[in-house]
Design a protein around this ligand. Sequence first.
Ligand SMILES: Nc1ncnc2c1ncn2[C@@H]1O[C@H](COP(=O)(O)OP(=O)(O)OP(=O)(O)O)[C@@H](O)[C@H]1O
Ligand SMILES: [Mg+2]
Length: 267
Amino acid sequence: MNSDNAILSVSNLSVNYSAADGAVKAVENVSFKIKPGSTFALVGRSGCGKTTIALAILRLLNGQGKITGGNIIFDGVDLLSLAEKEMRKIRGAQISMIFQQPAASFNPVFTVGSQIAETIMLHQGKNKKDALADSVDLLKKVDIDQPEKIIRRYPHQLSGGMLQRVMIAIALCCRPKLLIADEPTSSLDVATEAGILDLLFRLQKDENISVLLITHNPGIVADRADYVAVMNKGSIVEQGETESILKNPSNSYTQSLINNVAGKINL
Ligand SMILES: Nc1ncnc2c1ncn2[C@@H]1O[C@H](COP(=O)(O)OP(=O)(O)OP(=O)(O)O)[C@@H](O)[C@H]1O
Ligand SMILES: [Mg+2]
């Protein structure tokens, strides 16, 4: 694939975190490309650098984290050279993100509806009344019953699965080209997880969104991803089409990841 038809192209990305006793190399020389409309999974054990890559793409690394090398091209735009003001227009609109802990992503003192409406007002310039009406439509789209009632609730009044549906609604409200889903279901029980993943990938197909799916679970990769990159200690150890990587891993680390969930993967 050449870079022209990739929606996201990450080349030689390296990220360090500064620590009292020196720098931690969290991501080293990572390169991958995501084709439009496809699902690309980053898989690897805890601490291997998955979230760091997501935060680097969105330029949301905090003060301690620094991109020390590489390029990130999104839809032909060099994200690392953009002014923060330009980046803000892309974040939450053209690239959106779903996080692992839905509860932590909401502000407890505002209703769910006002938090969806806020994103719509920010990126689409609508007034509050229209944005709230759109919020009801969005909640219908993510299969929430009685959305008129739900928009008046506070985050703690909803279950984890419901909140994750609301977060998907917010992530998709501006029709992003790229959705980054960082362990979107790891805080949910297995039955709820399957429902949320079904919803996410149905909406992806409907709207032709590209997805960067971050997970530690090779079973989810097997079921949902077109392409996969396997990470270990900050580096990608192998990548390619999901089926060929999971069926014939050339790397012993990939083999050990798969063995951990043996019997749970359908290939
Ligand atoms: N703010 C930070 N300051 C210092 N080091 C950090 C910071 N955030 C992450 N790290 C370190 O960077 C490395 C990569 O962390 P990262 O959170 O990207 O991993 P991950 O693959 O997302 O893990 P998990 O599966 O547990 O979410 C780890 O060694 C981690 O300890
Ligand atoms: Mg993480």
